[in-house]
Design a protein around this ligand. Sequence first.
Ligand code: NAD
Length: 507
Amino acid sequence: MQDFLSTLKINETNAGISTGAKWFSSSNNEPSFSPVDGKVIAFVSLAAEEDYDTIIQEAQKAFSVWKSVPAPKRGDVIRQLGDGFRKYKNELGSLISYETGKSFQEGLGEVQEVIDICDFASGLSRQIYGLTMHSERPDHRMYEQYHSLGIVGIITAFNFPAAVWAWNSALAWVCGDVTVWKPSPKAPLTAIACQKITSEIFMLNQVPEGVSSVVCGNNDIGELLTKDKRIPLVSATGSTAMGRKVAVAVAQRLGKSLLELGGNNAIIISPDADLQIALTASVFGAIGTAGQRCTSTRRLIIHSSIYDDFKQRLVKAYQQLKIGNPLESGIHMGPLIDKTAVEGYLAAIERCKAEGGHFLVEGGLLEGSGYDSRCYVKPCIAEVSPDLPIVQEETFAPILYVMRYETIEEAIAIQNGVSQGLSSSIMSLNLRETELFLSNAGSDCGIANVNIGTSGAEIGGAFGGEKDSGGGRESGSDCWKAYMRRQTNTINYGNQLPLAQGIKFDL
Ligand code: NAD
């Protein structure tokens, strides 16, 4: 067993159901495989329906206590939690890298996001403000306040196995909510490690059992969360197909959902771009996390006057990429998450060719020693027409589509011409173009950047996308409001009862 696993208290067989200090096992033990070497990292026992129910009951009890703890005191616990994650940053970064295949640097970056959102949430705990407004009635006062919501169900994807949970949980906890986390079945050990770090800090602060719970399980456990009336908010991150099912199930019981779904992100590269910045942003965006970020760059929309030059630079840059064990330094790209992802990648390449795409850099499986897991692939680039059916889809792999444009209006239309609307960017030093791109007539995405790529959002801003990307917003800005219920209060301190809208009701 690797050192970082024992420091994180990961055993060969791990209970995957927890309300904090308490851990529950089941007879259903499943392995978590590493895409790095194909080995079983450890086994995790998955929840069944009755385990799920125990967790929810504990969470309900915890909510009645936690919501009464003053928000700044809750914030102080979350400040300490950030320090807990600082302490284990290297080990957790290593586990994330080993369990998901992203580079160690990206694993560390993910833990940093956990730390950053804890800091943010701690400050937020003293800024949960409502508005006051003037009443139309004499001797009346009116204001809004925000109260805790209850249990927040969190369903996460494999590719950000710690950060997305933390974005939701840190805010939910300072808002006085309790959380039940259903992590991806492809990265359960990261979830177990995060829960162990959390319970260490929570126990020191006498935080009740049930404020932070984890239920490792398959999609069926996620479905239980979506149908459960005891859970007022379900925050679900994953594919658009998953989001459609979650949206319907939660809406059916009039619950709230916060959906963070797939993207099909593009960079527009103008003739007025700084081409070196454009190149670095494009390559990192396309191959970072092996093209398995929701914000990965999938399309480059390049002006025809620089098209051939930029293509050549891209091909040259791809020839220098180092693919291999993501835990080793100097590696740009590790493996895909599993063999199913590899099949999806190979199928997309075949479809692209059949639809008329022309590959500038060929893809395919990497074979040989060091690639034993059979999850390592070559990042590739295809020259396409923007309207090819395969280009409309999110293939969660390092396939980059390049296409040309003539006018900025045409480039924006191509950028917006897909069903997803998560992240977008323009590379240009021309103010008229960049402002048009950011205007109401510009990008239709939740994230629109200038002279930086599509991936790598900071936690301070609201994160999320439009259209098939789900419409949710989480992380910074005023996203905390989604984790609270809003109440309008009107107080009459006079000796009359004037009715609103001038209505008379004399008795
Ligand atoms: P996935 O949709 O296969 O699974 C995501 C999670 O949903 C898992 O925990 C899974 O068990 C659960 N799930 C699946 N079906 C469910 C159902 N019917 N009810 C409840 N839960 C269900 O996604 P994945 O392969 O793990 O992740 C990749 C996808 O996630 C990509 O599409 C990517 O763009 C997206 N993603 C989006 C964001 C974002 O913030 N927009 C962030 C990360 C990943």
